[in-house]
Design a protein around this ligand. Structure first.
Ligand SMILES: [Zn+2]
Length: 340
């Protein structure tokens, strides 16, 4: 199966009440780990690359790796998504490179750091929606700003400073026609999200419920949603690492989000932790090893285990054979018919 528009996956997830993990990648082993997990759990899946990943691995390598994944596993509905595009130009170049979905993060200015105005956000997002939908490509926007910084992108600082306003989210969706919207509910990018286990005071699930009530047709996205499991930090530290104690978003909280309309959940940090722990373990236990495969293989397996666990927890497992096959061309015709 060719790469599919992300909208097709999210629509099916909404109809069936589940969430879809969107895993970040930079290299072949990460893509292989995700696909192995998707095959084993029969999951539809979103693979995403940030601007940092695109410059690290180069679009041509990424595109061909993704096409290889689709060719090897035609039974898995697979969308290729740009994470945090900072400008329409970034999104357009991704579409030219074969991405079937893009995020236009107009919540920040083009520098990827400074919170922008609502008007700026609507303007750039709308521009991307017009061009993307004509090609059948899905668009995710962001309203409100997440805390933290990932791959050089993010407002940083206090995640409670720019929470999403549900009324503004409603206006944003109406004015732009976006397919999905990332909401800021107190989560942060990166490993260091919370100093203690988050509760209702720091994680505003009520905002998600209210946005979903106002926008039942727009898919909600949770960023900064790695769970940062203690077991993975412990492995890193047991083999020479020095990571301080930290808490992510508990899987149960994400499941609560899914019950309230969240359809895409971004996971990156957990996979980074799994890979690093596995590599450290080999280096520590077998210091004489120098074949990269001796540590990349266990790293890939460790990431696969995290992906499988998330796919099962988010409810996407088992749905791969049931997602309707929608091509970019068909999706473009649908947008045209609906006039958006
Ligand atoms: Zn993000």
């Amino acid at each position: 199966m060719p790469l599919v528009p992300m909208r097709a996956l999210l629509d099916h997830a909404a109809e069936n009440g589940y969430g879809v993990a969107a895993f970040n990648v930079n290299n072949m082993e990460q893509i292989q780990a995700i696909m192995a997990a998707a095959v084993k759990t029969e999951s539809p899946v979103i693979i995403q690359a940030s601007r940092g990943a695109r410059s690290y691995s180069q679009d041509n390598y990424l595109r061909h790796l993704m096409l290889a994944a689709a060719e090897l596993h035609p039974q898995i509905p697979l969308a290729m998504h740009l994470d945090h595009g900072n400008s329409p130009a970034t999104c357009f170049s991704a579409i030219e490179q074969g991405f079937t979905s893009v995020m236009m993060d107009g919540s920040l200015q083009e520098d990827g750091k400074t919170p922008s105005s609502f008007e700026h956000n609507v303007k750039v997002t709308k521009e991307v929606v017009e061009r993307a939908h004509a090609a059948g490509v899905t668009v995710e926007g962001e309203i409100g700003c997440l805390g933290g910084v990932e791959d050089g992108h993010g407002a940083g600082g206090d995640p409670m400073a720019h929470l999403t306003d549900p009324a503004q989210a409603e206006q944003f969706a109406a004015e732009t026609g976006v397919d999905a919207v990332a909401v800021a509910i107190g989560t942060s990018h990166g490993a260091y999200k919370f100093k203690k286990k988050p509760t209702g005071e720091v994680l505003k699930m009520s905002i998600i419920a209210e946005i979903h009530r106002r926008l039942p047709e727009t898919h909600l996205v949770m960023h900064g949603s790695s769970s940062v499991p203690k077991e993975l930090i412990d492995i890193i530290n047991a083999y020479g690492g020095k990571m301080p104690a930290t808490f992510g978003v508990p899987v149960e909280e994400i499941q609560e989000g899914i019950r309230n309309g969240v359809r895409k959940i971004n996971v990156d940090t957990d996979n980074r932790l799994a890979i690093t722990g596995a590599i450290r373990k080999v280096f520590f236990e077998k210091p004489e090893e120098f074949d990269p495969r001796s540590y990349m293989k266990p790293a890939r397996e460790a990431m696969q285990a995290v992906c499988e666990a998330r796919m099962i927890a988010f409810g996407q497992a088992g749905f791969a054979p049931k997602v309707p096959k929608v091509s970019l061309e068909e999706m473009a015709r649908r947008y045209h018919r609906l006039g958006r």
